[in-house]
Design a protein around this ligand. Sequence first.
Ligand SMILES: [Fe+2]
Length: 170
Amino acid sequence: MTCAGAWAAVTRPLWRLHTSARRPLSVFGRKLGARCCSSGMTLDTINPATVDRIIRVDHAGEYGANRFYAGQMAVLGQTSVGPIIQKMWDQEKEHLKKFSELMVALRVRPTALMPFWNVIGFALGAGTGLLGKEGVMACTVAVEESVSHHYNNQIRALMEEGPVKHKELL
Ligand SMILES: [Fe+2]
């Protein structure tokens, strides 16, 4: 590849990273090895629509969770439950980081509702923070149960579509 071609690849507008079109990932004319290590599964063998939906929804959920704990910390960060909330928030930061990496690697665009999750997540967190320690913990348990239910539904959907096909995601 020429220098001009390499420069064009580097300076490609960011919006092109978020198109829904499936193209082989490439850098400087080389295909990227987007192969899962343990199963040898490639992106060609999985259902793109299923993966898009799962990654987009989960990323939005993790983003909302981050905003939720940001809201709780804004209200209760200086109280005795502050360190507990911070610990849960740190876990959510790791989850969001992982899904953000997956979005780039799998070329999945984020949901258009990100501004909504930004505001609503923070407002819910701050609102539950106003309920005090017990309110925060009750709400957190309810949210985590809902998240577990959501992930279990995704696992069921992937199992129904083909446990071998989605071995790496399961
Ligand atoms: Fe999470």
